[in-house]
Design a protein around this ligand. Structure first.
Ligand code: ASP
Length: 356
């Protein structure tokens, strides 16, 4: 319904007169990151714990923003942001990944370049310290998009990745979560109350978009379960014509909705019309429209019974969050001077990113 109203409004609005002598706009950059969404409990969040998460998010955000501010690519920026989160035991990716039912840590990751929609993904790897880098090697050095398990590890060895011992990934907190789940017959949601997948999306000053996601999946996953994070179109998508998206949440639902591609497809159909009609006084901005689309797709996930969130950036540099949980570990920075991290809903500055 909102889409219909938007389209009718677009048809009725006066067409923009194109100013001939407007100087070209300053190149923009923008980055958003997440460290997982979930039913976060404000009371359980001690000041120390909050400070730890905020510091870890800030390190990741600054690493990505630095690449972009120095003129680097969106692809390099998202890798720079994701690696420290994979290395931090706070997040469910790389070190600190959740345990499978069999007591192992099996890692999934994917990456996509909005320039040419080249993509790489790995699922169920156990000995690669930074799965986002292996996903990128699949993209650049293999003829395939997605590799799994032993095959992905054989490819990693061929590409010169060191074999990281499985003990590196295991943390006491995640081991305890598996034990609790088994003892009390809880679901992965009851035991974790939050997802901890990490992701980053970016726009660089050359106008290119990129997205990446990395996860250990869900506690107690069985039978080689693979979630949305390594699936291009579900957990990750980037297309210069539309947006870059990374998701976190109950992967089964994100797979069924095709969340990341669904958001980008809706924006791809609409952004040209919005750009054509763009006046400062137009009621519909790309930022507002992108927020509406992301919220609608997340509402669709919720209607099916799932929960979680997404981050996205648009080709115009809007950095947007949408989640249907009480919180999402997140951060964003832009060339307009925004730089913020947040955990619970409504914590970011409302006017943080200017309208486009
Ligand atoms: N989406 C991930 C999965 O289902 C979990 C997460 O976001 O933490 O594997």
């Amino acid at each position: 319904m909102k889409n219909l109203i938007t389209l009718i409004a677009l048809t009725l609005l006066p067409t923009a007169a194109v100013a001939q002598d407007t100087p070209p706009p300053e190149p923009k950059w923008s980055i958003a990151i997440h460290g997982g969404a979930g039913t976060l409990d404000r009371d359980a969040m001690t000041p120390e714990r909050r400070a730890d998460y905020e510091a870890a998010l800030q390190v990741a955000l600054d690493a990505g923003a630095k690449v972009l501010a120095e003129g680097g690519s969106a692809m390099d920026a998202i890798k720079a942001a994701i690696i420290p989160m994979e290395d931090s035991p706070l997040f469910n990716a790389g070190k600190g990944a959740v345990f499978t039912w069999d007591g192992t840590n099996e890692l999934d990751s994917s990456i996509m370049d909005g320039r040419d929609r080249s993509a790489g993904a790995v699922a169920g790897v156990k000995t690669v310290k930074n799965p986002i880098l292996l996903a990128d090697s699949v993209r650049t050095a293999s003829p395939h998009v997605m590799l799994m398990g032993a095959g992905a590890e054989a490819f990693a060895a061929e590409q010169g990745f060191a074999v990281t011992p499985p003990e590196y990934f295991a943390t006491p907190a995640r081991a305890e979560a598996l034990e609790r789940m088994k003892a009390q017959q809880l679901s992965a949601l009851d035991v974790d109350h939050k997802f901890g997948t990490v992701g980053a999306v970016a726009l660089d000053m050359q106008g290119n978009l990129a997205a990446g996601t990395s996860t250990g999946g869900m506690t107690g996953k069985r039978w080689g379960r693979v979630g949305d994070a390594p699936v291009i179109g579900a957990g990750t998508y980037a297309d210069n014509r539309a947006c870059a998206v990374s998701a976190t949440g109950w992967g089964e639902y994100f797979l069924r909705v095709g969340v990341a591609h669904e958001i980008c497809a809706r924006l791809r159909y609409t952004i040209p019309a919005l750009e054509f009609r763009l006046h400062p006084w137009d009621p519909i901005t790309i930022k507002n429209y992108a927020q509406t689309v992301a919220d609608e797709v997340m509402a669709d996930v919720k209607d099916l019974g799932g929960d979680g969130g997404v981050i996205l950036v648009t080709p115009h540099g809007d950095a947007i969050f949408s989640f249907n949980t009480s919180g999402m570990y997140r951060g964003r920075a832009t060339s307009d001077g925004v730089n913020e991290v947040a955990i619970f809903g409504g914590e970011e500055q409302a006017s943080a990113t200017p309208d486009h």
